[in-house]
Ligand binder design. Structure first.
Ligand code: NAD
Length: 473
């Protein structure tokens, strides 16, 4: 049982003014494993003030110095990889392979950003003018629980690469992971105030950051509902805003697809991160004439999935992060049944033989129509919908008939044809015959999946403002 009673302001671990204690759980055992003392609005203001004081000097550091800092941060997070991996399993319940990837992603993203910065030119010419890409100021970075360390490091890397200073508000549910990342980043020896980490509630600390006049930029990852709230709070002072929000990603299986090769990828895309992934492929579009063949292959594939204890190396679907999330997913499974979708795998309750932990049965519905609730709303659990389509026009129209537009997947034996289909999909990323991530490519959503892009040069420029300098004789 650990007590986390420090936040990080101005280069030091300090006791927050806030005194609310919040329980931390192991979602595989449902036991309390720790407590975090939450920061309050005053702590957020102290953190913002520290970041503001640090900004003038930090914004004048040169590229080489900031690349060095990012490399030091990378080395410090690498050194904590095993500790972080343990926390990810214990506090979040990520299965072995996913947990390891998540622990490594946190450090990788720092090094990748160092590479982007090394190749980036802050000075350009436009006609007779010099255009300087100038850091925006203090950045408020607000992150969710489903990849705590990765989001903290990813957003912080881009902000610092640009020359911004930062106040980070991670999710209150992942405080153990946050503590480890904070300790690692402290080891990197950055100047005080350059980054500050205040774990607290969204409606207090998050709201203070998103409305405070000294915060110039907000970068938020989380739900669409909270993203809209943050956009409204930031509007008062016209903050620049990057929003990475929810998704309901379509997976287009074309009629020529080799199902033996494709179905395992489709299931992996749907159940990634135990279904708690914004990019999960949750609407699977299948040609009507191949529907029964596809369903049979899906049933075989899902039968092979082990859902349960994340420490069992065979497990690929671990628990939901909280009781609340488990209840929410159960509610959606019930809605799917009530709306007349046909269960072909899984269903309500826990998997057979599992009687503890917030674990959901990997669930697949067929006979889903795109207007059903389970096809429209983000469930954020291992619940997938198969939707049959008549022809390519129908498939593209169903794929785009959603409020979201974060990611899409296209699978076909003919890559050229798949690329043509990809060009018609309204999503920030379309993966054709692959599930691979490309850190140099922009990431973000169309429509209500967000505003702006992260990663690579696009992510760096989200923390910069162009300034034109015109000089007469
Ligand atoms: P959430 O929106 O509930 O919370 C995200 C963060 O916002 C947390 O730190 C929370 O404390 C804070 N917050 C809550 N209310 C706030 C307010 N009024 N003002 C400021 N901050 C506030 O999301 P979650 O439940 O932690 O995460 C799951 C959601 O995140 C899903 O919808 C998922 O799709 C989304 N997500 C998106 C991406 C992406 O890159 N697009 C990635 C991962 C998760």
């Amino acid at each position: 049982m650990q007590l986390i009673d420090k936040i990080y302001i101005d280069g030091a671990f300090v006791t927050p003014c806030g005194d609310e204690l919040f329980d931390l759980f192991n979602p595989a055992t449902e036991r309390v494993i720790g407590r975090v003392r939450l920061a309050n609005a005053r702590d957020a203001r102290d953190a913002i003030a520290a970041a503001k004081r640090a900004f003038p000097a930090f914004s004048r550091t040169d590229k080489r110095e900031r690349v060095d800092m990012l490399e030091r941060m990378h080395a410090a997070v690498v050194a904590k990889e095993d500790e972080l991996y343990e926390a990810i399993t214990e506090e979040y319940g990520a299965p072995v392979s996913r947990g390891r990837w998540m622990a490594q992603h946190a450090s990788n993203v720092l090094l990748e950003t160092a590479g982007v910065l090394r190749d980036y030119y802050f000075l350009r010419r436009a006609g007779t003018a010099d255009v300087v890409m100038q850091p925006l100021g203090v950045a408020g970075l607000i992150t969710p629980w489903n990849s705590d360390a990765g989001f903290i490091c990813g957003k912080l890397a881009a902000a610092l690469a640009a020359g911004c200073t930062a106040v980070i508000k991670p999710s209150e549910m992942s405080a153990i992971q946050t503590r480890i990342v904070t300790e690692a980043l402290h080891e990197a020896g950055l100047p005080p105030g350059v980054f500050n980490i205040v774990t607290g509630r969204g409606e207090t600390v998050g709201a203070e950051i998103s409305s405070h006049p000294d915060v110039a930029k907000l970068s938020f990852t989380g739900s669409t509902a909270v993203g809209k709230e943050i956009l409204r709070s930031g509007a008062g002072t016209l903050k620049r805003v990057t929003l990475e929000l929810g998704g309901k990603s379509p997976v287009l299986v074309l009629d020529d697809a080799n199902l033996d090769a494709v179905v395992p990828l489709v299931i992996q895309a749907g159940f990634m991160n135990s279904g708690q992934a914004c990019i999960a492929g949750t609407r699977i579009l299948v040609p009507q004439h191949r529907l029964s063949e596809f369903e049979a292959r899906v049933q075989e594939e899902v039968a092979r999935i082990h859902a349960g204890d994340p420490r069992n190396p065979e497990t690929t679907v671990g628990p939901m992060v909280s009781q609340k999330q488990w209840d929410r997913v159960q509610r959606y499974i019930r809605i799917g049944i009530d709306e007349g979708a046909r269960l072909i795998a899984g269903g309500e309750g826990r998997p057979e033989g599992v009687d503890v932990g917030w674990i959901v049965r990997p669930t697949v519905f067929s006979n889903v129509s795109n207007d059903m609730t389970i096809a429209r709303e983000e469930i954020f659990g291992p619940v997938l919908s198969i939707i049959a389509y008549r022809d390519m026009e129908d498939a593209v129209s169903i794929a785009n008939d959603t409020n979201y537009g974060l990611q899409a997947y296209v699978f076909s034996a003919d890559a050229k044809r798949a690329r043509e289909v990809a060009s018609r999909i309204e999503a920030g990323r379309v993966l054709v015959n692959t599930l691979a991530h490309e850190p140099a490519a922009p990431f973000g959503g169309f429509k209500q999946s967000g505003i702006g892009r992260e990663y690579g040069t696009f992510g760096l420029e989200a923390f910069l403002e162009p300034k034109a300098i015109l000089v007469g004789l």
